[in-house]
Write a protein that binds this ligand. Structure first.
Ligand code: G6P
Length: 365
C-alpha cells in the first residue's frame, strides 16, 4: 500500500487517530476570523445575507452541523440541501446568497453538478470547502477553504469530516465578525478552544478500550438507533451512517424529541439506542427522552459529558466524555461514534476500508 499503516489495522483506524494532527494542520496559523481564510476580501462577504450549502454523504452532515453555527453565531439564514436533490428542482435564487459546496474529494458528480446548476441560476458567490486543492470544485468556485486532512483512503470519511467542521466553524466566526456580532474576546476565546481541540480529541481517542467493549454487543445486533438533539442531531446522523456503511447494521438517527412520533415503536431489548449527551441547554429534555426508552425496555449506550449526572444503571451504559466543549462539542462527540462503528465492523469481520457496494468518490451520477 502507498501509505504505511504503522500500528493500525486499517486505514480508517489510522485516519481516526490522525484527527488531532489533521485539525491542527487545517487551523494552520489562523489567529483571527478573517475573510482571507477563504481567499475572499472583507467586502466580498459583507453582502452575504443567506447561505445555501450543498453536499452529499458525510459532507452533508458536516454542512447540517454548520447550519446551527451559521444561524447562531452569524445570524445568517442557512439552508442545507442534498446536492442530488437541489440540482433537479426549481429553486428561488438569491444573488446575495453564498453557495457553499462541502466535499472531501471536490469531484463528487452530484455536488459538482449542483454547483454548476447554482451558477447557471446566477449565483456568483461560491465557496468550496474541500480536501483536494487541485479538484474541480476548488477550480470552479470564487472562494475556497482547504482542509488539510491529508489523503483519506478509508471509504468511510472520518478526518475529512472533522476538518470540514473546523472550516465551517471558521466561516461562521468570520461572517459573525463581519456583521459585528463577534467581540474581540469571543473571537479570542473561540480560537483558543479551536487550538485546544487536538488535545481534547486525543483524550476522546483514549476511550477506545471502553468502546471496544461496547462493540461486542453491537456486533450481534441488526438494528441500532442514534439520538441527538440540536447541533448534535447531525452527529447522531453521522454516527448512524458510519455504522451502516461499514458494519452493515441497519442504523438510523432521530432528534430525541421526535422519538414519540415513531421510533419508540421500534424499541426492544434487541436494539441498542446510542445517545449523544452533551452538557448543553437541552440536557434535561434529553434525559426525559432517555427515560422514555428505558421505560420500554430499551438498552441505552450514552456518551455523556462530565457534569451531566447521567450514571450507569440497569439498561443504561455510560461512557464519559473527557470534557464539555461548548459549541465545538460536535467535533469531539463524533470521535467515539467513529470508533464504535469501526470496532463493531471489525468484530463482524467486514472489509472496513472497502465496504461492499460503496466507493470513496462517486464521480458518476
Ligand atoms: C461517498 C463516500 C462518502 C462521502 C461522500 C461524499 O459516498 O463514500 O464517505 O462522504 O461520497 O464525498 P465528498 O468527496 O463529496 O465529500
Amino acid at each position: 500500500a502507498a501509505v504505511d499503516l504503522g500500528p493500525y489495522q486499517h486505514y480508517m483506524q489510522k485516519e481516526i487517530f490522525e484527527q488531532p494532527r489533521a485539525i491542527a494542520d487545517t487551523l494552520g496559523h489562523a489567529q483571527s476570523a478573517d475573510s482571507s481564510l477563504f481567499d475572499a476580501k472583507p467586502e466580498d462577504l459583507e453582502k452575504i445575507n443567506s447561505i445555501l450549502i450543498l453536499a452529499c454523504g458525510t459532507s452533508y452532515y458536516a454542512a447540517s452541523t454548520a447550519k446551527y453555527w451559521l444561524e447562531d453565531l452569524a445570524g445568517i439564514s442557512t439552508q442545507v440541501e442534498i446536492a442530488s436533490e437541489y440540482r433537479y428542482r426549481k429553486t428561488v435564487p438569491n444573488p446575495n446568497a453564498l453557495v457553499v459546496v462541502v466535499s472531501q474529494s471536490g469531484e463528487t458528480a452530484d455536488t459538482l453538478a449542483a454547483l454548476r446548476h447554482a451558477q447557471s441560476l446566477g449565483h456568483t458567490e461560491t465557496l468550496a470547502i474541500c480536501n483536494v486543492a487541485t479538484s474541480a470544485m476548488v477550480r470552479e468556485t470564487k472562494y475556497r477553504f482547504l482542509t488539510h486532512a491529508g489523503t483519506e483512503i478509508g471509504v468511510a470519511s472520518t478526518k475529512a469530516f472533522t476538518t470540514q467542521l473546523v472550516g465551517l466553524y471558521l466561516l461562521a466566526l468570520t461572517l459573525a465578525k463581519n456583521k459585528k456580532q463577534l467581540t474581540n474576546n469571543q473571537e479570542h476565546d473561540a480560537f483558543s478552544r479551536l487550538r485546544h481541540l487536538p488535545s481534547a480529541i486525543n483524550a476522546a481517542l483514549a476511550l477506545e478500550p471502553q468502546i471496544i467493549a461496547w462493540s461486542e454487543a453491537f456486533a450481534k445486533c441488526e438494528n441500532a438507533l442514534f439520538l441527538g438533539r440540536g447541533l448534535h442531531y447531525p452527529i447522531a446522523l453521522e454516527g448512524a451512517l458510519k455504522l451502516k456503511e461499514i458494519s452493515y447494521i441497519h442504523a438510523e438517527a432521530y432528534p430525541a424529541g421526535e422519538l414519540k412520533h415513531g421510533p419508540l415503536a421500534l424499541v426492544t431489548e434487541q436494539m441498542p439506542v446510542v445517545t449523544v449527551a452533551p452538557n448543553d441547554a437541552l440536557l434535561e429534555k434529553l434525559k426525559s427522552n432517555m427515560q422514555e426508552v428505558k421505560a420500554r425496555g430499551g438498552r441505552l449506550y450514552v456518551f455523556a459529558d462530565s457534569d451531566t449526572h447521567i450514571v450507569a444503571e440497569d439498561g443504561i451504559h455510560v461512557i464519559r466524555m473527557p470534557e464539555h466543549y461548548g459549541d465545538l462539542s460536535p467535533i469531539l462527540h463524533v470521535i467515539p461514534l467513529q470508533l464504535l462503528a469501526y470496532h463493531t465492523a471489525c468484530a463482524r469481520g467486514t472489509d472496513v476500508d472497502k465496504p461492499r457496494n460503496l466507493a470513496k468518490s462517486v464521480t458518476v451520477e
